[in-house]
Write a protein of this length. Structure first.
Length: 256
């Protein structure tokens, strides 16, 4: 194992649970006081990725977020752009935001608007995806594959886990209609993501099991662990702050 500086091996209290954040850096920030950088920082500084010499080879789970973790951007927005075009996407965003503002003005306690991100996402999917034939989106998915850029340190982490026979799961708010294609070159046992309804070969635009982000993602990952475990050890990789709930259900956590 490379001889990394001692400051990269930290003991932190996170989510009120003692956690071993191996190979992480903590950088002071004027606004938030603390930002945690993982393999991307190490990649730039040391040009290598640490190997997990202390992982168990049996019954070890590794859960990876996709957007802003395994890849450098957010695939959903690019997908909607390729599916509907820039003008239609901009119009859908404007209409959906106007609807949210109006409903907030009428009743700010309306449970359907409590999560603005999910409200906007649901509105965009209904306006831009509903009614489309499933096969129509194939060109958009291929453009999306060409667009995506791997976060190489995180991609290498997946390969390291796979080389040791670990159980790899990708958990993402991205849509199942493209994520399986984007991730097909990565070793994994399962993908947990936002599922879109299909009726008679056409998309309904509805999220069938909710929006797989934040607390909902944590619930789905917990359900997966219950169904496929127990696991002797578990790792989670995600970005701050959206994946904090999901990281709370695993033992070892890496913020990207």
């Amino acid at each position: 194992m490379p001889n990394y500086p001692q400051k990269l091996v930290l003991q932190c209290n996170f989510l009120s649970v003692p956690v071993d954040f191996s190979f992480l850096m903590v950088k002071k920030d004027q606004r938030e006081r603390r930002e945690i950088f993982a393999f991307a920082t190490l990649r730039k500084k040391f040009h290598s990725v640490p190997t997990f010499l202390h992982m168990q080879n049996q019954s070890t789970l590794a859960v990876f977020d996709y957007d802003h973790t395994l890849i450098t951007g957010d695939a959903l927005w690019s997908f909607l752009f390729y599916v509907a075009g820039g003008v239609n996407l901009a119009w859908a965003v404007a209409v959906t935001m106007a609807q949210w503002i109006w409903r907030y003005t009428v009743n700010k306690h309306d449970p359907e608007i409590s999560d603005m991100r999910t409200f906007v996402k649901a509105g965009l999917l209904r306006r831009l995806l509903a009614g489309k034939i499933v096969t129509e989106i194939a060109p958009a998915v291929e453009k999306l594959r060409a667009w995506q850029q791997w976060n190489e340190p995180m991609r290498q982490a997946v390969l390291d886990h796979a080389a040791q026979g670990h159980h790899i799961v990708i958990a993402s708010g991205s849509l199942d209609v493209y994520l399986h294609t984007l991730a097909k070159d990565l070793p994994h046992e399962a993908i947990i993501c936002t599922e879109i309804g299909i009726v008679d070969g056409r998309f309904t635009g509805e999220m069938m099991s909710g929006n797989c982000v934040r607390q909902r993602k944590a619930e789905l990952v917990r359900d997966y662990i219950t169904a496929h475990g127990p696991f002797a050890d578990s790792w989670g990789y995600g970005n701050f702050p959206h994946d904090v709930p999901m990281l709370g259900v695993v033992r070892k956590r890496v913020l990207v």
